[in-house]
Design a protein around this ligand. Sequence first.
Ligand code: ADP
Ligand code: MG
Length: 402
Amino acid sequence: MAKKTLEDCPPETLADQVVVVRVDYNLPLNRDGEVVDDTRLVRTLPTIQYLVEAGAKAVLLSHLGRPGGRPDPALSLRPVAGKLEEFLGYPVGFCPMTTGPQAQEAVQRMKSGEVLLLENTRFCPEDARNDAEWAEEISFGTKLFVNDAFGTAHRAHASTQGVAHAVRRGGGGAVAGFLLERELRFLSDAMADPEHPFVTIIGGAKISNKIDVIEALLPAVDRLLIGGAMANTFFKAHGWAVGDSLVEEDRIDTARRLMDLAGDKLLLPVDVLTAPSITSDVSTCVSACDEVGEAQHIGDIGPRTAELFIDVVGGARTVIWSGPMGVFELAPFRSGTFEVARAAASTADRGATVIVGGGDSAAAAVAAGVVDRITHVSTGGSASLEFLSGNEMPGVAALSDR
Ligand code: ADP
Ligand code: MG
């Protein structure tokens, strides 16, 4: 990698040092505010353990949710400190302030080998504003900043980019943690020199979220499979009725342009699963894509499409998958996504590189029970799409060069 990583920092240089680490503990919460998936936290453990074993004082910064620059008790990181403590097996300090005298004191009181999590950086408006003075404050005079927050690396915020600049201005270094390094390695290897056939599966709710990544991947891929609600807009572009399904009327031209651009590479669904409503207790019907009835909702790809997609994925040597094939959260509409997930896992079992990017696709891989067989499940939702689209990530660009 062109950027320095934690591997460039031998343990003996870290003993007794304050090291500031940006992690991404923006964990998905349910309606009761409970953490539903702790993958992002678990993946940071190697970085934290490395620092603890080296005898450093690890000060962790993260955001959680979108509190909009104001404290919001529902988005406090305090429960996350408890979770981290369970995984590490030793105490993790928590400071209810992110900056100011209380935070400074908490950092000053730390002993060698201790871990301290500060309160949600986005309780402070300065974070998203990338305020340089505030970035200086959250650097706590450290000589080493570690960015291990891939999911936030596409944001130029004070706790991602600003703090790296502040530490480097002060003569220190800014490096990638083990999680960030792994993400960049897998995603850039897949992009730089993919083994063919190279297949991309794009699904999910909206074309608008994924145009950039489709356009960036198109020249390199052999097949582009499209499912999910996104396919509906392509059906519309063909002039087919989609009933009451989710459609982006203002993206029909985009769909048309992508169809021209992709030519034979593009594989759209040939059949879909429809129902009178997208709810958990409806009975579904299979329709050809050009025969969707009035007042019907498309909720998943159909069985013939699943077979087609499974076949293409089965022959691939590189697969990038972003976006579910249907409303997999609801039992009647989960089978298309699960079948594609299982096909991707089988392909990975045979030695292909399979990368899953996107928060909901990662959740679908977990729900389908195949997550452990996938080569790399990215922890960055939109961050992985930004990276795959070829956009610069300010949080990475700000790190020290090798
Ligand atoms: P990811 O997070 O993997 O990038 P997206 O956020 O783009 O995926 O899209 C995921 C969402 O798309 C899911 O909540 C899923 O229910 C929804 N979705 C997929 N297919 C359909 C469909 N046919 N109709 C409505 N919503 C859909
Ligand atoms: Mg999503």
